[in-house]
Design a protein around this ligand. Sequence first.
Ligand code: ATP
Ligand code: MG
Length: 249
Amino acid sequence: MSSIEDPRVSAIQVRLRDVKEIVVFAGSKGGVGKTLISVLTSLSLSRRGFKVGFFDMDITNPTAHLPLGVDTKSVRPAEEKGVVPPEVSGVVFMSPIFFTFDKPAPLRGEYVSSAIRELLSITRWVGVDILVVDMPPGISDEILELLTYIKKFRAMLVTTPSQMAVKSSVKLAEVLGNKLEAAVLNMVTEGSSEVEILLNSTLRVPVYTVPYDSEIESALGSPRRLLTTRAALEVDRQLVSHIVRLLRI
Ligand SMILES: Nc1ncnc2c1ncn2[C@@H]1O[C@H](COP(=O)(O)OP(=O)(O)OP(=O)(O)O)[C@@H](O)[C@H]1O
Ligand SMILES: [Mg+2]
């Protein structure tokens, strides 16, 4: 079924109608910190008083519930003229994990697209001003889906300072085109200013830096502790300040 005929596409537009901003965290490489940075961003926006939604779009390997410490057996979406996601530490949280129950979900491309459409067309983002989306790695079906029918999103490109990650990020940036809002250089240890300058001059968007923070691992699962880490402070100071400016325009 093509996206033109699929009735879920217009249902999604209705579901997202009142959301003011959709900010998507994407990255060409796996393990660069898309999930962690998107979770920290949501928690920080919520603490600043915004009504935040979070959508884990990593259909085959969702992990955002882990840093948020969601017990998927006791915390569940509710059915009410659609599906109302639970609120977790102030974040309205929707993930495929609620439906796969931690079983592996090896799906082919077209089924991944269909699962995304299904979830977005049933989810009610009641009162949500800003929706944060955590993407799987790569230039995937998910990115192409977004570009096709969620017209109003902005993308944050997450990469590490590694040459391999940076070079492939530039390719993803080309695909994202004018949807690219900023880049995040994550897990910075030292001496990354050259990479920062290079990324900034190549992509022509602000580049924010988040340090490698050894406190993160033990804080996973505890949103309160995550918010006290150095990484979270930098996410709040740089990235979240940027997003708040978008919301105030
Ligand atoms: N700034 C940081 N300091 C320390 N650890 C970090 C930092 N950013 C991410 N990590 C850790 O690195 C690992 C990978 O992060 P994460 O899962 O967020 O990456 P990802 O890009 O979402 O991966 P995937 O591509 O598999 O979805 C996690 O264990 C996470 O806790
Ligand atoms: Mg991830």
